[in-house]
Design a protein around this ligand. Structure first.
Ligand code: CA
Ligand code: CA
Ligand code: CA
Ligand code: CA
Length: 457
């Protein structure tokens, strides 16, 4: 009984950290849904926004999608956006201990950027590590600007802290400038999970730009926490640009509270829920890509949690040549290995690395073959299945070209553990039959012997 309890507790601990990818608002590159940082633009933007990250374990991966301010998913970004991570063990938005800072101009367009971070005791509370991610503008030189992005965390959870203003925008393919905002599956709706509140729940909606605004009797003036210099006192403010059908609601304890006439231009309105029961859901309908929505709630707000993508072992990739061939078309780059160019690995070399007998090779060659086998599998898992390692594969690739055998063996163990970490469902295109014989026959040979190349001697 006691043993089982301990095992169950360990499972809970491990499952809570690695079973999911936590993203805000989501981790889908074509959903059209973004959070952003804005200034001006007939709206309520200001200096920046912030996110709470609670990590567990030894390391976590911080991801930013489209962190840059140009190209796809961006229209009006002039300044450089800063992404600064602070230790925040008190969950108060502390900024005294900086963990790292990155700028949008170094991040890729329409793609994820990742930082691999070791948890630090300066952020520790019990078994958790709490961080404050601040996204802001690096100057005050521009009065009208906007950078859209997503945040994704593996090895932890990202949220909007309670009593914090945040921003969201969603782009349909037919929004202005479709070249920037398609393909997009955005359907004008949003769903957020709200953290538990013990008292009543209050949601403030800002600049929802409802076309025909009314006066909200439950609020006067501007909320005391508002920091935007552009806010108007609550009143009757026609939307600019106007959204005809925008509304939102909160469902809690089986009851739905709706706000059918939310805020007009540059004002804040309110939805009060007298008794929120357990976890609640916030839903928004009718939001388009011409207008950033501002929200501020007394509850913590969560985006989308998605299951950890699956992985397959080196043994799978070795014996499934069809799946391997398909994954290799996505570009498996092992860099230079000695004088051997493995930057665009072909199936003959990949199968030769998998199937070669290491007996005739040097210690270095053997270490490289073992590491390269796991590395091919890991890169295939990342590229084909979207698997999410908690370490930087580029460091492993660099190690493969080095001569530090102990380091290589260490990476081999780490990679093997990653490659066998999640035997869940894989995309159907990769569900092919095993064909070990056929796979072996594809391996490069030299004088009739399987030969992965000079870099692996
Ligand atoms: Ca962009
Ligand atoms: Ca962007
Ligand atoms: Ca109003
Ligand atoms: Ca507006």
């Amino acid at each position: 009984m006691r043993k089982f309890g301990l095992f169950a507790a360990l499972l809970t601990l491990c499952g809570a950290t690695l079973a999911q990818v936590s993203s805000f608002p989501d981790n889908n590159p074509s959903s059209g849904r973004y959070t952003n940082v804005t200034r001006g633009l007939s709206s309520l933007g200001d200096t920046g926004v912030r996110f709470k990250i609670v990590a567990t374990g030894k390391t976590f991966r911080l991801g930013i999608f489209d962190g840059n301010g140009t190209g796809r998913w961006d229209v009006a970004c002039l300044d450089i956006t800063r992404y600064t991570l602070y230790a925040d063990p008190t969950s108060t938005g502390a900024t005294s201990i900086q963990i790292g800072q990155w700028t949008g101009d170094t991040m890729p367009d329409n793609a994820w950027w990742y930082a691999y971070l070791e948890n630090t005791t300066s952020a520790q509370v019990g078994q958790s590590f709490i961080y404050n991610l601040v996204v802001d503008w690096s100057t005050t030189n521009y009065t009208r600007e906007q950078n859209n992005f997503k945040v994704g965390v593996v090895g932890g959870r990202v949220s909007i802290p309670a009593n914090t203003t945040f921003e969201v925008i969603g782009y349909m393919p037919n929004d202005p400038m479709p070249a920037l905002f398609s393909p997009s599956t955005y359907d004008q709706t949003w769903t957020f999970q709200l953290g538990e509140v013990t008292e009543g729940l209050t949601i403030w909606d800002g600049d929802f730009d409802v076309a025909v605004d009314n006066n909200d009797p439950s609020i006067t003036g501007i909320p005391s926490w508002n920091t935007s210099p552009n806010a108007y006192n609550e009143g009757v403010w026609a939307g600019a640009p106007a959204d005809a059908n925008i509304s939102y609601s909160v469902t809690t304890g089986g009851v739905t509270y709706s706000k059918s006439n939310p805020s007009g231009n540059r004002e804040w309105e309110i939805l009060t829920i007298p008794s929120a029961v357990g976890t609640s859901t916030l839903t928004i309908q009718g939001a388009d890509g011409r207008n950033t929505l501002f929200l501020h709630a007394t509850a913590e707000i969560f985006g989308v949690e998605t299951p950890m993508p699956s992985t397959r072992s080196a043994g799978f990739w070795r014996t499934h040549p069809g799946a391997l061939d398909l994954a290799l078309t996505l570009g498996v780059d092992l860099g230079m290995v000695g004088d051997q160019d493995c930057t665009l690995l072909d199936i003959g070399t990949a199968e030769a690395i998998f199937w070669t007998h290491t007996s005739g090779h040097s210690c270095l060659g053997k270490a490289r073959i073992k590491l390269a086998s796991q590395l091919i599998a890991a890169i295939c898992n990342v590229k084909a299945f979207g698997a999410a390692p908690l370490f930087d594969l580029n460091e492993t690739v660099a190690s493969l070209d080095g001569t530090d055998i102990a380091e290589m063996n260490c990476w081999t163990v780490t990679l093997e553990s990653f490659n066998t970490s999640n035997e869940g469902t894989i995309p159907s295109a990769y569900n092919m039959s095993a064909d070990p014989k056929g796979a072996r026959a594809l391996a490069n040979t030299l004088n009739g012997v399987i030969y992965p190349g000079d870099g692996f001697l």
